[in-house]
Write a protein that binds this ligand. Structure first.
Ligand SMILES: [Zn+2]
Length: 272
């Protein structure tokens, strides 16, 4: 049972080695009083085969944590490589029965998508991994978590190829126009700390364009800490700054935006 008055972080990477810099590591953070008092739920997101196993074992340790498994486009190139079939079947093996999905606390396929920022870019390989994982999501009726960096057009085209797959655009950097079209398709749009950055006019405009029943909030921890913590290590507690900014953009109170993002996240992931 998720506390509806607490933060629901729809996207974090708590297996990251960066958390070892903290006293007690990620476990110390996740069990501290401040975290427990303000964070109600976290979806822990895999990026390759190894980290997809990590998110599962971490989610099993914490009642408030769920997992998403998948291969990130940059990791597809740098970690997984040409054995697409072999790697996709390893992801599929984690979720191919209702029992496994329940046991592994899997609520989505992700993160998957396109990343044209980190060079060199192998578009064909990224496409194959993305396409095959959209197929997986369709086959098992799971939502997807989409990473799109400098690849808005191709990402949108892929989404359109799978009208039966619903998903969320994570740490949105698309235009307000594209975001409106995604909402019309029933998709959700998630905002990270980037929406709080002073010069992030495009992200703020996109947030304003999302109908409130499609808004999600996230950290992408340990990355993308919100203002005034920009550049520091991020964690779910700091997400209150992001929710506050989203509330201001939509002209509602902080408590109302907290309730909205929490309710939307539970509906999207099918978590009570
Ligand atoms: Zn991420």
């Amino acid at each position: 049972m998720i506390d509806r008055n607490k933060l629901f972080d729809t996207h974090a990477h708590y297996y990251s080695q960066k958390f070892n810099e903290l006293e007690g590591g990620a476990d110390g953070l996740l069990t501290c009083a401040e975290f427990q008092n303000s964070v109600g739920c976290v979806v822990n997101i895999g990026a390759d085969i190894e980290t997809s196993h990590c998110v599962i074992s971490q989610a099993k340790k914490y009642d408030f944590m769920y997992s998403a498994v998948g291969i990130h486009p940059t990791d597809a190139q740098n970690v997984c490589g040409e054995d697409i079939e072999g790697n996709i079947s390893k992801i599929e093996a984690l979720l191919d029965t209702p029992e496994k999905r329940r046991e592994n606390k899997i609520v989505a396929v992700g993160e998957i998508g396109f990343d044209y920022y980190w060079q060199p870019v192998n578009k064909e390989l990224q496409y194959e991994y993305f396409y095959r994982q959209m197929q997986l999501a369709q086959k098992y009726s799971l939502p997807v978590i989409i990473h799109d960096r400098d690849a808005h057009g191709d990402t949108f085209d892929m989404i359109c190829r799978f009208p039966n797959v619903c998903g969320v655009l994570h740490s949105c950097s698309m235009s307000d126009e594209m975001v409106r079209q995604l909402c019309e398709r029933g998709w959700y749009i998630s905002f990270s700390g980037t929406v709080t950055f002073k010069n992030a006019h495009k992200v703020k405009a996109a947030c304003a364009a999302v109908q409130t029943d499609r808004l999600l909030s996230e950290t992408d921890a340990p990355y993308l800490a919100p203002h005034p913590y920009r550049g520091q290590m991020n964690n779910s507690v700091l997400m209150s700054n992001t929710v506050r900014e989203m509330a201001e953009i939509h002209g509602v109170s902080y408590d109302e935006m907290l309730r909205i993002t929490n309710e939307n996240a539970r509906r999207f992931f099918g978590i009570d």
